[in-house]
Design a protein around this ligand. Structure first.
Ligand code: ADP
Length: 410
């Protein structure tokens, strides 16, 4: 029996690139236009584009953008009758210039032996090959910073590769070898300036990619959902939940990672599928986030809470275990009142209750917001952050309260 969730698991693969990019499309278009116009001219120095991310951020679309641009370029060049060949190499593990050139030779399907040939000879062969075929190559070197920061290539070798037209001037003065250097973050520019200043000054175009905002992530995972899931198996709330969790903004920070957002959607879908359920629900997303090893109950912070904050948090987790979703502050306050009496404590007044809610929110232990449509009047609604599972929190709180004031009174 086939499941009720996935129509195509393949679109959730790490290496899958959608046929159109809905986010980063403007960057892609600028790069495509730029390269296309160069392919027509071809003369002048080697074009070096640097594409870099933001410090400490991964999964923000650097590789995707580079590969997408080369894919679209291949197609457009073909339409125009231009012989264009993109070559993608992740140089993270590359051991030498010779090895990188061998990869280029094999990607270009040049069919010449490279073993035993000097580096310069191989480079010359590549240059001749492109001349004879009247072809252009775009060499994408991903993780370029790892190469620059190692000593695997000497400065001369970097120059040889990236300023190949100087050492081996093209016969017809047309430059057929261009480079796109993909790097972690902007520090690549100063490393280049230090080590290979003449290449740095030759950079024609720089693209800085920032971590994705929650709106951008929504667009990205919605596209995957449409391509890979049954229409009825998910809803916008599920997608928003994931996108808001990973989305980056200047105030709250956030990972801004498309990789994690897509992975979480996939995991939530897998969990729902394994239950033979027809829909992905909030609890599936929560479980996906916690098995994603992002689950964290901040024990130290919780242990430092005042008694009544603990009781409020306990009320929230009790209600969430029972019904999930968002809770109104009214129902939390009722539950808190019952729970306080159960523990033999007088519940605090309404104003104080609100102070505690604000505190818990500021500490990131709960999320609260003003309700929108659907609930009459405006009221504060509350839930746990997505990476704190209610069941686990309930157990933790019960044991802390047991230590603090003993169990509920009979
Ligand atoms: P990086 O190179 O910055 O680490 P990747 O390009 O490998 O990030 O992207 C990580 C994952 O997110 C990939 O599965 C990729 O398909 C997806 N992704 C990233 N950016 C986009 C985008 N703009 N549109 C669709 N999918 C994207």
């Amino acid at each position: 029996m086939s499941g009720k969730i996935f129509t195509n698991r393949g679109v959730f693969d790490e290496t899958y690139i959608p046929s159109t990019l809905l986010v980063r499309d403007s960057e892609a278009n600028v790069l495509i236009t730029r390269y296309l116009s160069r392919l027509g001219e071809g003369s002048g120095s080697t074009d070096v584009t640097v594409l870099y991310g933001s410090i400490g951020k991964v999964g923000i679309g650097k590789t995707t953008l580079a590969k997408y641009v080369s894919r679209v370029l291949s197609k457009k060049a073909e339409d125009k009758g231009i012989n264009f060949k993109p070559v993608y190499i992740n140089v993270y593990g590359a051991s030498s210039l010779h090895q990188i050139l061998s990869r280029i030779v094999s990607e270009l399907e040049m069919n010449i032996p490279v073993r035993g040939n000097a580096t310069i000879e191989v480079l010359k062969a590549i240059s001749d090959f492109l001349y004879i075929k009247d072809a252009y190559a775009l060499i994408i070197l991903d993780e370029f910073q790892s190469l620059l920061m190692s000593s695997k290539l000497s400065d001369d070798e970097f120059y040889l590769l990236l300023r190949v037209y100087e050492e081996i001037p093209p016969k017809d003065n047309i430059n057929r070898l261009n480079f796109m250097l993909v790097s972690q973050d902007f520090r690549i520019l100063s490393y280049m300036k230090e080590r290979i200043p003449q290449v740095e000054s030759q950079i024609g175009f720089r693209v800085h990619l920032r971590p994705y905002s929650s709106d951008e992530l929504k667009t990205i995972i919605e596209q995957r959902a449409i391509e890979g899931l049954y229409e009825n198996s998910y809803n916008q709330d599920i997608l928003n939940m994931i996108a808001d969790y990973y989305g980056y903004n200047d105030i709250k920070g956030g990972e801004g990672s498309a990789r994690k957002a897509i992975l979480t959607l996939r995991m939530a879908a897998e969990i729902a599928d394994a239950e033979n359920s027809g829909r992905i629900e909030e609890r599936h997303v929560r479980e996906a986030l916690s098995t994603n090893a992002v689950s964290n109950i901040p024990l130290d912070i919780i242990r430092a809470l005042s008694l009544h904050e603990l009781l409020i948090l306990q009320s929230i987790s009790n209600l969430l275990v029972a019904k999930g979703g968002w809770l109104t502050s009214g129902e939390v306050e009722d539950e808190y009142s019952h729970l306080s009496y159960a523990y033999g404590e007088e519940p605090r007044k309404h104003t104080q209750f609100y102070e505690y809610i604000k505190n818990l929110n500021n500490m990131g232990l709960i999320e609260s917001k003003i309700s929108g449509k659907g609930i009459r009047g405006k009221t504060t609604i509350i839930r746990l952050p997505l990476d704190i599972p209610a069941e686990r929190l309930k157990e933790v709180l019960e044991s802390i309260l047991l230590d603090r004031i003993g169990g509920p009174k009979p």
